[in-house]
Design a binder for this molecule. Structure first.
Ligand code: TXA
Ligand code: MG
Length: 320
């Protein structure tokens, strides 16, 4: 069975009503969606993605008012929902019983998000249930930002990918939780700590180190290319002696290029949003070509740049 790629919401709806999983566009990355209230459909998501069952899924809902069907919302969470949804924010909330343990991997919290992409917003509005959707990549690999990316890795395994064009944000949602009058960022994204503080007046803590990680998907060696990827300044890696076919991922056009290295520029203009939107596409492209090694330079560690550095850090080569 060839996976069909198309723009037909009714087709996507048909498969989802049938308990199947389909690729869906969001403004962050493409999701692998199934009926969040159907345990078999949710189990299918884990199977297709080859994702360990201990790693919970985000529940995507149609609108703000339906969140209360699935979770309890306190004051500051309500402000975050009001300010940032629909959009690239996921919030962890105490779950209600209607959300099954398989979706949350046994946790009493559920991750909720309202995607902003018009096709998926329309699809959610038409469906009588919310959608569990992890990023539509095989477990551990780079997230997809186009429908073709989804098909490249999952062809024949899922029936349909709803094609909504290239993701505009290009990096997964910021995952937050309000706890003890603080906002905890479990995963960096395009909505920054400053944005969150501005909206709520609350201080922000970013959980980064391995010991602190509470969202299982933030495991090391995630978002990883098959080609070994290293971080740092390209000129520090080689003292003029390039022995491997090398791709360099750089933020802007470098003043000086090393010969023997192919450069891939994230944003000619030096714009972090544009860099984020190009990141996963470039990583996949380089991975398909026959490079032996990837060196990814650091981007400015501000705003969405923190999320770019975070993903590249997790993509770093580690002996598996
Ligand atoms: O932008 C996004 O968030 C995309 C699009 C498709 O919505 N989705 C996405 O899902 O990135 P996924 O499954 O690839 O990453 C979700 C992360 C994982 O790290 C998972 O461990 C964490 O969210 N997560 C989900 N539910 C959770 C829960 N109940 N408690 C703690 N962490 C949770
Ligand atoms: Mg993912």
């Amino acid at each position: 069975m060839e996976t069909i790629v198309g723009k037909d919401i009714q087709k996507a709806k048909y498969f989802l009503l049938n308990g199947d999983v389909v690729g869906i566009p969001t403004e962050t990355v493409y999701g692998l969606a199934g009926n969040a209230l159907n345990e078999e459909a949710v189990a299918k998501i884990y199977a297709v993605k080859q994702r360990p069952r201990f790693n919970p899924l985000i529940v995507h809902v149609a609108d703000k008012k339906s969140i209360q069907q699935f979770a309890y919302i306190e004051k500051h969470a309500a402000t975050l929902i009001q300010t940032f949804m629909p959009g690239p924010l996921t919030i962890l909330l105490p779950k209600k019983d209607i959300i099954t343990d398989i979706a949350t991997a046994g946790s009493n919290k559920v991750a909720i998000r309202i995607p902003q992409h018009p096709l998926t917003a329309e699809l959610l509005k038409e469906l009588p249930f919310p959608l569990c959707a992890p990023s539509a990549n095989p477990f551990g690999y780079v997230s997809p930002t186009t429908a073709q990316h989804v098909k490249d890795k999952l062809n024949g395994i899922i029936p349909y990918v709803l094609d909504g064009g290239a993701a505009t944000v290009g990096i997964e949602s910021t995952i937050v939780e309000v706890r003890d009058n603080q906002i905890i960022i479990h995963r960096s994204g395009s909505i920054s700590g400053d944005d969150l503080t501005a909206a709520t007046g609350l201080p922000v803590i970013i959980l980064n180190t391995k010991e602190e990680i509470e969202t299982p998907g933030q495991l090391k060696s995630h978002y990883a290319t098959d080609t070994p990827l290293f971080r740092g300044n390209i000129t520090d890696y080689f003292d003029g002696n390039i022995t491997k076919k090398t791709a360099a991922i750089v933020f802007t056009t470098p003043a000086k290029k090393m010969s023997g290295v192919d450069y891939f520029v994230l944003s000619e203009k030096g714009n972090l949003q544009e860099a984020a939107a190009n990141l996963f596409k470039l990583m996949r492209y380089i991975d398909e070509a026959d490079y032996e090694i990837i060196i990814a330079e650091y981007v400015p560690d501000e705003g969405i740049g923190k999320a770019i550095n975070d993903r590249l850090e997790r993509a770093k080569f580690s002996a598996k």
